[in-house]
Design a protein around this ligand. Sequence first.
Ligand code: FES
Length: 292
Amino acid sequence: MARFSIVDSWRTQSTGTRVLRLMLGATWLYGGLQKASDPKFFDKASTGYIGAQITGYAKNSPLSFILKHMVEHATQVGWLILLGELAVGIAVLSGVALQAAIIAGASISTILWLSVTWHVYPYFLGSDTAYLVMWIALFFLVRKEAGARVRKSPIPNLKDRREVVQMLGVGVTAVIAALAAGGLKKSIPAPKAGTKIVDLSALPVGSNMQFTAPDGGPAYLFRTKAGVFAYSATCTHQGCTVGYNPSGNTLDCPCHGGKFDPANGGAVLAGPPPAPLASIKVAIQGNSIVTV
Ligand code: FES
């Protein structure tokens, strides 16, 4: 068996293959690192908790019967996704067990499409279908360019000690990357009580405004006859920033068509978001509206 070299694995491929490989490998690596460094991902009290996300996706997915069973093992599922994404990213970028990594990446995209973006309309706003097509194209390009060197089966030969060691290397690197990214996790700052947001007179009844939430994220403050209330403007689907839509009095997400109802606890009205917008406690104190 020829000696494996990461540089050769890139040098021998066409520009088109390299572009797809770089994009998919980097995206999967980034996805894993982003989850590992997200303090909400394993926080059961957060709307960003993997269990809350799976519960939301289970409502409308054709895989709902599987997703419902996953909820009780959400933390383990979260680790599996996180390490799977890291391992696929590292394997695709390094070229170790490349064809098997491409199949794993395509499988992850298929699962995400059937669960996370199944109801995104029109379909081209959901990124998972595009990634799935990219994985399929990359698979056929890699098979073709590998030519005579390609084995009939894309699955690595586990009897070959060198391949086993290379795959172990990918697994260990994925775990180290997850732990290193976890070390960068920012703890969620406790909201500062009593911080003034705006003068009461500057926000008449029936109006709203954007402000910065105590955790530093974007947020919306509303004033109605019933009082004042506020929501995080971070979409509970994939974290895009929602904006106020005066025609429907909704908070709309520009990424995949999510819609939230500010008059009803930030409830999801449309699109793939799995949970309502996180509410932020505010109150009228004297002549000001403050966080509480
Ligand atoms: S990020 Fe997907 S709907 Fe908001």
